[in-house]
Design a protein. Structure first.
Length: 488
């Protein structure tokens, strides 16, 4: 009986460790970043939900030399396989401090992902190595946005990047096989360190809107200490969402289980930061929580605004120059016009068929074959073309346009054509007016020349008559003189 209190204490300690382990597991599973870890022998022991989803398969207890091939790891170019000593987790296991290491994951049946990894070795209080952990962030969206920004200056316009990937599923089961209490303590240390050092801010919120857990990233993001956070409510950092609205938000979160939205949070210094919030309804024991992953999207917002400004500037420049741009997807026959082309063609975008055939119907019937032949020959010969033609508008009105086009290929197959259309109606009308005026002037010159030639001929005739009369008068005067001299 004397051992019973000690046994009860051990059981309570075991239960508390189990609760802490489950708490940290939920934290780890709810993270948008991927987390992987190995034990002191270099054997993979931990994959969180995001890491499993990115790799497209369940983790295996593999040694480091098999990681790159099994998990499809590549260098940032997406082509060159990673060598074992280049893998961020292997580097961290060797004792390196891994910061912003780039790599790509090409899981079977999934699009390529570009990753930035940070990691370090994990040691216990005595300095003994427990393993290593790496936290991976999916920067595919930023990589794609960078590509779009680069090509924005080469092409006439780009559509604004679509919203981020679909919401991640949370609260999936992660069952770790633990041999004894020592392993449980090591796992708790490992998972707690992963959450505390996650790149994204992790916030656990009670049903009344008060914070109950904050990681280090959240303190860096907003400038408050953990102690200050724990005395605050969500409305203190999100004034646009007053505490009176919290019950409605909580009920919606319970009903939908997960919410994904953007907000502007208030920093301690009074400045605001745009964020992306991934909120999840979590039940832990007999308590309910809002587990929120908060990501700073300042750079993405700046990039989006830059793209929007380029699009606005391009649209205004096209409007001023009466110059529109278009793109034809040859795989889907989808035709995309800029706003200025719709203005030139005087077509409602909602009523346009958005295909090459629909475009041809807007061309003047007498020019249609020539335009079609010019485009077809350009695709076949891979030589850009330039052509002027007419548009037949409602009421029989005619516009003149000048069109240029170039087609792009992949593996000798045409993929898309891009081009411009410029309204040259005013220029054409001026040319026609000048040509008509020139013809009228030429006609007048010809008529005036004929009139002058006729008058010149008449003068010649009169001159001959006058000269003849003068000669006869001279002869007559000479005869009179001679007669006068001969008379007595």
């Amino acid at each position: 009986m004397s051992d019973q209190p000690r046994i009860d204490a051990l059981k309570r300690a075991e239960q508390e460790l189990t609760r802490e382990r489950e708490f940290n597991r939920c934290l780890l599973e709810s993270m948008a970043d991927g987390v992987v870890a190995c034990d002191a022998n270099g054997i993979l022991t931990l994959f969180n939900c995001s890491a499993r989803e990115w790799h497209g398969l369940d983790p295996l207890r593999l040694p480091p030399e098999e990681w790159a091939q099994h998990y499809d790891l590549f260098r940032p170019d997406g082509i060159t396989p990673l060598q074992t000593d280049e893998i961020p987790l292997a580097r961290a296991f060797r004792g390196e401090s891994v910061r912003d290491a780039g790599m790509a994951i090409k899981a079977k049946g999934q699009p390529i992902r570009f990753i930035i990894a940070n990691g370090s070795v994990i040691k216990d209080e005595t300095g003994q190595k427990l393993g290593a952990v790496v936290i991976m962030r999916d920067v595919t969206e930023f990589w794609r946005m960078d590509q779009e920004l680069r090509t924005a200056n080469e092409e006439l316009e780009k559509r604004v990047e679509e919203r981020t990937d679909e919401l991640l599923k949370v609260n999936q089961q992660l069952q770790l096989e633990l041999d004894d209490r020592a392993m449980m303590e090591k796992t708790l240390l490992l998972t707690q360190s992963s959450v505390d050092h996650a790149a994204d801010s992790i916030m656990w919120i009670k049903p009344d809107g008060r914070y109950c857990y904050i990681n280090e990233a959240a303190t860096r993001l907003l400038g408050y200490s953990i102690e200050e956070f724990l005395a605050m409510k969500t409305s203190d950092v999100n004034p646009a969402h007053p505490i009176e609205m919290w019950p409605l938000h909580w009920e919606e979160l319970k009903r939908l289980k997960t919410l994904f939205f953007e907000a502007e949070l208030l920093r301690k210094d009074g400045s605001q930061v745009p964020v992306e919030i991934h909120a999840n309804h979590v039940v832990f024991g007999d308590q309910e929580y809002n587990c929120a992953s908060v990501r700073d999207i300042s750079e993405r917002k700046q990039a989006e605004e830059s793209l929007l400004k380029k699009a606005r500037d391009l649209n205004e420049a096209q409007r001023i120059a009466h110059l529109g741009s278009w793109e034809l997807n040859l795989l889907t026959n989808q035709l995309t016009w800029s706003d200025e082309i719709f203005r030139i063609f005087e077509i409602d975008p909602r009523a346009f068929g958005a295909s090459y055939e629909a475009f041809l119907q807007t061309v003047h019937p007498d020019d249609r074959d020539a335009v079609n032949a010019a485009y077809s020959d350009s695709v076949r010969t891979r030589i850009p073309y330039s052509i002027g033609h007419r548009l037949l508008l409602p009421g029989g009105r005619i516009k003149y346009v000048h069109e240029q086009c170039e087609t792009f290929y992949e593996n000798d197959e045409p993929l898309r054509s891009v081009g411009t259309v410029q309204d040259v109606t005013e220029q054409k009308l001026v040319e026609n007016a000048l040509r008509k005026l020139s013809e009228e002037l030429e006609q007048r010159v010809q008529e005036r020349t004929a009139e002058l030639e006729e008058k010149y001929a008449e003068l010649e005739r009169l001159n001959k008559i006058f000269v003849g009369r003068e000669l006869k008068m001279v002869e007559l005067k000479e005869r009179i003189r001679k007669l006068e001299e001969a008379s007595p």
